[in-house]
Design a protein around this ligand. Structure first.
Ligand SMILES: Nc1ncnc2c1ncn2[C@@H]1O[C@H](COP(=O)(O)OP(=O)(O)O)[C@@H](O)[C@H]1O
Ligand SMILES: [Mg+2]
Length: 243
């Protein structure tokens, strides 16, 4: 059964709609990757699910059997929905551990278990628990943001461009961690500009363009689709180039 079923999401930031009927479905343990050009509405679609963008009547966001369209953003963590925005929201002057603890503010009694789980996924952070987050590399800061979202064992974690600006080494690491998180039963919905490697680890890929679903398939299916390759993946598939 699906955990998240967003249907016909219509809305935006003011009068003009940015989303013109976006659909998103994610099942537990599944990695779903959203790709598409700049300005397509990928971040807006995630914010809409997270309660940060107003949706118009007729839009539906079913999460774990409950309609949550336009529910207050502050209610999402308690529902089991964690969101890591594109703009980094790590507090640089706080330590790694203090940053992680902020992820458990809604349920302080769960903080100790949360830290254990987050450090189990990101052992490098355990070694740096007392370091100021601002002293970390971009890749490590991104791990802090993801680890914080894991503090209250979410059912769904939404990551907006988690590998933006990271070295290929850290991209691989983040994608490995995403698969590991999904293997633990958590659903992952991820926006990515590094479209090819992201689709390579995705169960499903969704192409958004101009606020609408443009295509959807398995990750490998989208990668093998020549039209998608030309329009959205920056040219030929690697095997086509080799041919
Ligand atoms: N806070 C905002 N206020 C008004 N317009 C916005 C805001 N954020 C994004 N937009 C507009 O919404 C459209 C979609 O943006 P976005 O969802 O960020 O695209 P993507 O993540 O696919 O690059 C763009 O035209 C962008 O300018
Ligand atoms: Mg974006």
């Amino acid at each position: 059964m699906s955990l998240l079923v967003a249907r016909n999401m219509v809305g935006g930031y003011g009068e003009a709609d940015i989303l013109h009927g976006v659909n998103l479905t994610v099942a537990p343990g599944q990695v779903v990757v959203i790709i598409g050009p700049n300005g397509a509405g990928k971040s807006t679609a995630m914010k809409a699910v997270a309660g940060l963008v107003r949706l118009k009547p007729g839009s539906s966001v079913m999460f774990d059997g409950t309609e949550i369209a336009n529910a207050p953003a502050e209610s999402m963590v308690a529902r089991g929905l964690a969101y890591v925005p594109q703009e980094r929201n790590v507090f640089p002057s706080l330590s790694v551990e203090e940053n992680l603890l902020m992820g458990a503010y809604a349920r302080p009694s769960a903080a100790k278990d949360g830290l254990e789980r987050s450090y189990a996924v990101f052992p490098d952070l355990a070694a740096k628990r007392r370091a100021a987050a601002g002293s970390l590399s971009g890749g490590q800061r991104q791990m802090v943001a993801v680890a914080r979202a894991l503090m209250l064992t979410p059912k769904l974690i939404m990551l907006d461009e988690p590998t933006a600006g990271l070295s290929p080494k850290f991209c691989t690491l983040i994608f490995d961690k995403v698969r590991e998180i999904a293997a633990s039963g958590i659903a992952v919905l991820m926006v990515e500009q590094n479209a090819r490697p992201a689709l390579a680890i995705a169960d499903r890929g969704v192409v958004l363009a101009m606020g609408r679903n443009r295509a959807e398939d398995t990750g490998p299916g989208l990668l093998a689709n020549p039209e998608i390759g030309h329009l959205f993946l920056g040219g030929n598939a690697p095997e086509e180039d080799a041919a």
